[in-house]
Design a protein around this ligand. Structure first.
Ligand code: AMP
Length: 395
């Protein structure tokens, strides 16, 4: 696996695909600069070698050129984070851009305009990729968030750099973390899967079932399992067309000696609202008119015991409706248990959309080993799929 550390960038222009798809407020200010911070070490390595950086990214989902999605809005924030005044050019391909790049000196950084202002980016157009490829000597992919897309700048472009392409530090770290959980893991390995639906996690379960020792299933998806096992789940979230699938998963786990842990008690509510009436009952005995919205205390204790004896932990998906304060306890208790296990030497990886939001919201982000920056890309990696952006560099 070639990374930026295999190259010396002295007098070279690094064409870096970053993921600067950051949230902006109404005044076009960056409200969360995590993604910019994540690209910092790659950019600094190039500058310290004596090279220059041409940064390319998308922002949002523009339909053609839309001013509100211009990357000019983030120039000041990128400059502040990196500590170098970043230059900006109002397009990402063409003669003007090529001239600006030709004049870029060592130590300088140029940010190109939003790649998605050109529909050719998402279409994976090879001519567009070739035009982009003229803007650097070495292609660096550091955008995990788009690594599952075969776009011009994330995958197609790599063929124009047969010997001069590599992963940035962030993407290398993401690949390493997933590998550490799925392939080179210290046992016992525990995967915690929560969130809303079984259907969105089924491919993940299928892929990991033979690789891990324990699977903890929580959140809304646990009720499909509870119902499949004959429990009464009241008005809890359920996918009735997945009941047989749930039983098949339990069977398959048994055959592989993988232990599946399901909630034993739940916090139930008479309404999907933070101020609903609540009670704690066995997960298999939820009365009609009530729905399970969080893990109960016995469940949290049971899950914490499994986590405590694990050496490798993967967490994807919250254990309850954590967006509402009264149904966040199960998710927080799990976060505490993972933080404790990590302190005791376990490797913990948190990834995929809402669990990342949860660890940030509840202050666990620096108490776990690694928080992934990719939602869809992380899920597809866990499903065992080869990501086009990664494959293009390895080829
Ligand atoms: P996912 O995107 O599949 O990881 O699902 C995350 C969402 O699942 C979050 O917005 C949670 O509020 C929701 N969720 C977790 N537990 C439950 C539950 N018991 N009932 C309904 N939604 C839930």
């Amino acid at each position: 696996m070639k990374t930026i550390n295999d190259f010396n960038f002295e007098d070279k222009k690094a064409l870096i695909r970053v993921d600067f798809n950051v949230p902006l407020n109404d005044e076009f200010q960056v409200t969360d600069d995590t993604r910019i911070q994540s690209a910092k070490s790659t950019i600094i390595k190039v500058l310290e070698d004596g090279g220059s950086c041409v940064l390319m990214s998308h922002l949002g989902r523009p339909k053609g050129v839309e001013e509100k999605y211009s990357l000019k809005h983030i120039v000041d924030k990128v400059s502040e984070v990196i500590g170098v005044q970043v230059k900006f050019v109002e397009d990402c391909v063409g003669a003007v851009v090529e001239e600006v790049v030709a004049n870029l000196k060592s130590g300088e950084i140029l940010l190109l305009e939003n790649l998605r202002f050109h529909p050719e980016e998402k279409a994976g157009d090879i001519n567009f990729a070739e035009q982009l490829s003229k803007l650097g000597d070495i292609y660096v992919n550091d955008a995990f968030g788009t690594a599952h897309r075969a776009h011009a700048s994330t995958a197609v472009i790599a063929q124009f750099f047969p010997e001069h392409k590599c992963f940035g530090n962030l993407l290398a770290k993401e690949i390493e973390s997933i590998d550490k959980v799925l392939n080179n893991s210290e046992k016992p390995v525990t995967a915690i899967l929560g969130g809303a639906k079984v259907s969105s996690k089924i491919d993940v379960i299928e892929n990991i079932i033979e690789k891990v020792d324990h699977i903890i299933i929580g959140g809304g998806m646990a009720f499909t399992f509870a119902k499949a096992l004959g429990g009464s789940i009241g008005n809890s979230l359920v996918e009735d067309d997945k009941l047989q699938l749930a039983l098949d998963i339990l069977e398959k786990a048994k055959a592989n000696n993988t232990e599946i842990h399901l909630p034993v008690d739940s916090v139930i509510a008479d309404n999907f609202a933070n101020d609903a009436n609540t009670q704690i009952v066995n997960t298999s005995e939820i009365p009609d008119g009530w729905m399970g919205l969080d893990a109960g205390p016995k469940t949290s204790e049971k899950f914490a015991e499994v986590v405590a004896k694990s050496k490798t932990i993967l967490w994807n998906g919250p254990l309850g409706v954590f967006e509402m304060e009264n149904f966040a306890k199960g998710t927080i208790a799990l976060g505490d248990a993972i933080a404790e296990a990590t302190k005791n030497g376990a490797f913990s990886l948190v990834g995929g959309g809402d669990s990342v939001a949860a660890v940030k919201q509840f202050g666990f982000a620096d108490k776990v080993s690694y928080v992934s920056t990719g939602g869809g890309a992380m899920l597809e990696s866990l499903e065992g799929k080869t990501l086009p952006g990664i494959e293009a560099i390895l080829k």
